[in-house]
Design a binder for this molecule. Structure first.
Ligand code: ADP
Ligand code: MG
Length: 695
């Protein structure tokens, strides 16, 4: 095969990879040999030397050799094959829970074995369970010249298959290969101490023992960091590019609506905080410009983002444009719907609702009103961007709890309902305060407005952690609380994601609470209720027809009932910091002191204990986000689990924090020294993914 072109070839062209295997590799994004080269090992195993049996340590994965001195079938609950080997310095037990008749014949006294496996403490001394082994006179038979890379696998693809495939590619891994051209300028590599691309790939796949023995984990190696740095740069540049491109488009220019805004403000019943006023001004200015707004409002739970978005909507509507508002849950969408109706209907502005649960005639009527332009503000879930929904004059898109949506979902909504060539303005809101470095990376295509002030009179939520044994006390507390004309939440959590189980648990809790709290009006809300029922219950709760609302975590985002100032969270040890903070954000919205009682099942794990302690100590979302990052890793903090967004091939957002910090400086250096490499860097990392970034 041609040396230059091999990296472009599909993986099928390698010896040992047929159509079936190729299909499996395709599933994890590996199509070409080039892709395979960027599939990096997560760690190494050291098979470069034999360890003496007398000097083994628990926990190490090692290569050993010895002859079989005992072999036996032991029958406990099921039978297992157990051998004992010796090399003159010590002994080791080998245990096989599954074994064939052939193995039984093979593993007999006197045979010489080479084994690789993890050393564990067993019933009678150190042992290996199901080691990899070879029966051979030569004890060095399993010895490898390099450390053995361990790759992330997919079903039906083995380590040895990947290793064999990579061995065929590595000889072509040279800087002279066009696909591996070095794009990082020398100054950047020098300044940030990054090795070259080709050398890095080579070393990572076939490390020389001296290099890698420093760490068996690959991610911290300079070679790995070098690749991570380039990938982060690619993301950074791609987002900046997308932003510049998006801004080239033309957006509707909203007209001056100061008078209307003033009337609207008057009707509110509270005055806006200065942070809210500042952000409203930023948005108004953006939308009076013909370049599309792409703005994110960041602000802790309860800071009052919704009303700010209502002002943005006012701008659009008074200029004759429609507004699409998208929320991640039905419950939140419904709540926005009732708020917006209350705010806008006095001005004869038509507010409509659309979710997947709205079907039949009503759906058709809604779609017609949206298409015809009668609907001016349309609030809904992701059902808003189904292809059947056509807008008439969409001028503004508002996305609440933006971190819950994938980038590609944003893309779809933005591309619809354009008026001629006009692109709607976009306003996103997020209550997940993410650490600044991550925000930079994730949101470098957006302008960010921060609401760093809570409405006046808010008091920090007093948070307590209580073991489940204190349930009776908690119940008494609720009784007392409700007798003071105040309302409360009881949140049921389950580790299972399953909706059905969550709802069952909530229903059970409801039944118990009804018997324990006679005379108290208790309601239940969960994800499987019909839309109308859910709306009714939330409305009842808001109007204080219900004292205690039993709920699943569906109330996590957005729900706002200021008179409800007590929240009990069952099994709080199962939830992450951010989720607990979001839940807790449902209380502390009124003027009175409010409480969050975190019930837990003892004993608590170390991490769970730490989480609950942090929550008790602070109400500051930013601080919590930093802690969350330390405890859980970046993927969870960003919510990428749900959305599959920001899927980095190489970079690890928690381990490579320092690199993330350096990205802007690197980017600036590249901009100055070698702007021509920007596009190639993006292409190298994004060719297949680029449509995700063009938001
Ligand atoms: P979030 O930022 O978490 O989405 P919301 O928009 O739901 O917060 O607002 C929380 C509560 O605070 C709502 O009841 C809202 O009406 C109220 N609120 C918003 N701004 C103010 C303000 N300036 N003064 C008093 N209450 C406010
Ligand atoms: Mg909100």
């Amino acid at each position: 095969m041609d040396a230059v072109d091999i990296l472009k070839q599909p993986v099928e062209s390698l010896v040992g990879i047929g159509v079936q295997i190729a299909k499996r590799l395709n599933k994890i994004g590996i199509f070409s040999c080039h892709d395979l080269l960027f599939h990096l090992p997560v760690r190494y195993e050291d098979r470069t030397r034999l360890h003496a049996l007398g000097a083994l340590e628990e926990g190490l994965s090692v290569l050993v050799g010895g002859s079989i001195i005992v072999t036996d079938i032991i029958v406990r609950r099921r039978s297992m094959l157990v051998c004992r080997i010796s090399d003159g310095t010590g002994f080791l037990t080998l245990r096989f829970f599954h074994f064939s008749a052939q193995q039984q014949q093979q593993l007999i006294i006197g045979k010489q074995l080479s084994c690789f496996g993890e050393v564990r403490m067993g019933f009678d001394g150190l042992e290996m369970v199901h080691p990899e082994y070879r029966v051979a006179r030569d004890p060095t038979i399993l010895i490898e010249p390099c450390l053995t890379p361990i790759y992330p696998l997919t079903e039906g693809v083995s380590q040895s298959l990947l290793r064999k495939a990579l061995k065929q590619i590595l000889p072509f891994c040279e800087g002279s290969n066009l696909l591996l051209q070095e794009w990082l300028p020398v100054v950047v590599r020098k300044n940030f101490m990054l090795p070259t691309l080709a050398a890095s790939l080579k070393t990572l796949h076939a490390p020389n023992p001296a290099v890698a023995s420093v760490s068996m984990r690959t991610r911290v190696l300079p070679e790995f960091r070098r690749l991570a740095a380039e990938e982060l740069l690619a993301h950074h540049f791609a987002r900046i590019q997308a932003r510049n491109k998006a801004r080239l488009a033309t957006a509707p220019v909203f007209s001056d609506h100061t008078e209307m805004s003033m009337a609207f403000t008057q009707a509110l019943g509270f005055s806006l905080t200065s942070a809210q006023q500042r952000v409203i001004k930023e948005i108004t200015d953006d939308c009076m410009n013909e370049s599309p707004m792409m703005r994110l409002i960041q602000g802790d739970v309860g800071c009052g983002k919704t009303i700010v978005s209502a002002f943005a909507a006012l701008g659009a509507v008074s200029s004759g444009y429609q507004v699409g508002i998208m929320a991640p849950t039905e419950l939140l969408a419904e709540q926005h719907f009732s708020n917006f109706k209350q705010w806008f209907e006095p001005y004869d502005i038509q507010v409509d609702f659309l979710s997947g649960k709205i079907k039949g005639q009503r759906r058709i009527a809604n779609l017609t009103a949206i298409k015809g332009g009668d609907s001016q503000i349309i609030i809904g879930t992701h059902a808003l961007f189904q292809t059947s929904v056509e807008f008439n004059r969409l001028g503004l898109v508002i996305i609440d709890e933006q971190h819950r949506f994938g980038v590609n979902q944003r893309l779809v909504l933005k591309n619809k309902g354009q008026v001629g060539d006009l692109k709607p303005h976009q306003l996103m809101m997020s209550a997940t305060p993410i650490p600044r470095t991550l925000a930079m990376l994730r949101y470098s295509d957006l302008d960010i407005s921060v609401i760093d002030e809570l409405p006046p009179g808010r008091k920090a939520v007093i948070t307590r952690a209580l073991p489940a044994q204190k349930r009776a006390q908690i119940i008494a507390r609720i009784m007392d609380w409700v007798s003071h004309r105040k309302q409360a939440y009881w949140v049921c959590t389950l580790i299972e994601e399953s909706d059905i189980l969550q709802c069952e648990a909530a229903e059970k809790t409801l039944a118990t609470l009804i018997t324990l709290l006679p005379g108290i009006k208790i309601g239940l809300v969960h994800g499987r209720l019909k839309t109308a029922d859910k709306m009714q219950i939330m409305a009842d709760f808001k109007q204080h027809k219900i004292d205690l609302l039993v709920a699943t975590t569906v109330i996590e985002v957005g729900v706002d009932v200021p008179n409800a100032g007590l929240m009990v969270i069952e099994n709080s040890e199962r939830l992450g910091l951010s989720q607990l903070h979001q839940l807790r954000g449902r209380v502390g919205r009124g003027k009175d002191e409010s409480f969050c009682l975190l019930m837990y099942q003892s004993p608590l794990s170390r991490v769970a204990r730490e989480r609950l302690t942090i929550l008790r100590e602070t109400n500051d979302g930013f601080l919590l986000a930093e802690k969350d990052l330390e405890l859980r890793g970046a993927g969870d903090v960003l919510g990428t689990r749900q959305t599959g967004e920001m899927a980095f091939k190489v970079a690890d957002l928690s381990l490579h924090q320092d690199l993330i910090d350096q990205v802007p400086a690197m980017a600036e250096m590249i901009n100055k020294e070698a702007p021509e490499v920007i596009q190639p860097i993006i292409d190298r990392w994004f060719s297949a993914l680029v449509h995700y970034v063009e938001v």
